[in-house]
Design a protein around this ligand. Structure first.
Ligand code: URA
Length: 191
């Protein structure tokens, strides 16, 4: 069992999960129902990063289990990728009330968990789902320009995609997302 003192000495995904459970670094713990640290394969080659848990995720304690998650599952099936082979997380690990965007200070407070997850999993490809994930890692970049493009930074390879939630009711965005998603299978060319 980790304690808050272990925050700079995180060794496993289980440590991250336990620290998220006791986290008081921002106000989101006050309104959350569940902790949503992330889910999937600890040895995954591909790590997906969304924005924040929504209502369903907050109830279930897992990322992308609502409407956007259904679309993500459909996208996985299109490229024959299995959810259990990848790891999925979010920029912030607790649901912002009313599904508002996470505030700057909430993102800042939560970053150490994401950093630890990236270090522990050491994925070959990091897929950024939507503008929040992209702009946190690449503050000057815009999703409208970057979607479908690979970016290399400090030994990590990234691919940015439109957020599945933005594509649920928008046929044009969905078609772009389907097309961009297929590029995931090309990542080895960029290693
Ligand atoms: N949207 C996200 O960004 N993350 C989730 O887990 C669900 C919806």
């Amino acid at each position: 069992m980790v304690t808050i003192k272990d925050i700079n000495n995180v060794k496993s995904l289980k440590d991250v999960d336990e620290l998220v459970q006791i986290c008081r670094r921002c106000i989101l713990y006050k309104t959350k129902i569940s902790d949503v640290p992330g889910d999937g394969n600890s040895k995954a080659s591909i790590l997906f990063i969304g924005e924040a848990p929504g209502e369903k995720e907050d109830l279930v304690g897992k990322p992308f289990v609502g409407r956007a998650g259904k679309l993500l599952d459909f996208l996985f099936s299109k490229i024959k990728l299995k959810r259990e082979d990848v790891f999925i997380t979010n920029i912030v690990k607790h649901r912002p009330p009313q599904n508002r965007k996470p505030a700057k200070e909430e993102i800042k407070a939560c970053m150490l968990y994401l950093k630890s997850q990236i270090e522990i999993i050491n994925p070959k490809l990091i897929v950024l789902l939507g503008s929040t994930a992209l702009e946190v890692l690449f503050p000057k970049k815009k999703i409208s320009k970057e979607h479908g493009k690979f970016i290399r930074k400090e030994n990590n390879l990234y691919l940015s995609l439109y957020h599945p939630a933005a594509a649920v009711y928008n046929a044009k965005a969905k078609n772009i997302l389907i097309k961009d998603f297929k590029k995931i299978n090309d990542y080895k060319k960029y290693l």
